[in-house]
Design a protein around this ligand. Sequence first.
Ligand code: HPA
Length: 286
Amino acid sequence: MSERIRNTTSFIRSRLGLTAGQGAEVGSWPRPEIGIVLGSGLGALAEEIEVIAALDYADIPDFPVSTVAGHRGRFIYGRLAGRYVLAMEGRVHYYEGYPIGEVVLPVAAMCGLGIGTLVVSNAAGGLSPLFEAGDIMVIEDHINLIPNPLIGPNDPSAGTRFPDMNEPYDRSLIALAHRVAEEQGTVLREGVYIGSTGPSYETPAEVRYFRTIGGDAIGMSTTPEVIVARHRGVRVVGFSLITNVLTGRPSRLGGRATLTHEEVIEVGARATARLSRLVREVVARL
Ligand code: HPA
């Protein structure tokens, strides 16, 4: 896998025209400082990036391409709020059937390209009874219930065999997100994100279970990507867009009737401007 990550990283670097640094010039564009995973909810941010180069995932040899409606697939390199960023427009999920090593390949490649900070975003169901659809939550911590992407031989040049996960999400970046949100008049929740495989949504009993184990929001991505970034020493800030609230009650007892992917996409689309504005300003002040 590490060989694969290195090859993919070199390919992306040369196709985007990025400098390799240390005299080994490939292209002339500076190393991206910040990587951004544009999940459902951050679509609008893509439009704010002053694009210098873009690369379709389909043009990268053996690269995982998403099969889910509403998820585009390309890297965008450019400037956002004066910073050089590399954004993933679309990601693949474990439930699509890719091995976990493939799911995290794009993030591993961004780390290989030299990002120092990773901004992740996702759509999630609200487990906390305090949350409402349309809320934005900064991720304080996570519970990973998707296979760990570091299983298998460890590449010591990437990071240690047993990485510390005491502070997966950077406290100072969480504080920055709160300051920016307050200035912008955006209500910002904070909580624990559970990364679960999906693709079926949760049963009422599972909702109660996920609350009991400490979750505030649940989704089907992000945690493996964050593990890879932390393994490689990249600091992380993450945002969940709460597209629906999970009551933990069956519909016959007053819980919700049905939840559809279309609804998740639609609520995500309505809140994307607020989340994009917040993330843009956080990036500006990193
Ligand atoms: N559950 C899991 N993933 C999700 C949900 C949900 O309710 N909403 C958006 N992504």
